[in-house]
Design a protein around this ligand. Sequence first.
Ligand code: FES
Length: 78
Amino acid sequence: MIKVKVCCGTSCYIMGASELIEMDMNKFKSVELEGTTCMNLCQDIDKRPPYIKINGKVYSEVTPKKLTELLEGEFYDL
Ligand code: FES
């Protein structure tokens, strides 16, 4: 099971998390997507929201395209 947590804190939400949380995960095998409160990553000035975690690993500046690529690529065999 691949667990995707999408930060739905204010910074991430206005920077695009709302699009991520509405993505249809049915086309992926064994992916569970859920929203979370602020992950306290938005203080990092080197990276930008929206933030997600995939099986605990943090990704920044995530778009629906980037999330799709992550799930189809790096995590394909999980
Ligand atoms: S709002 Fe997303 S990490 Fe803070």
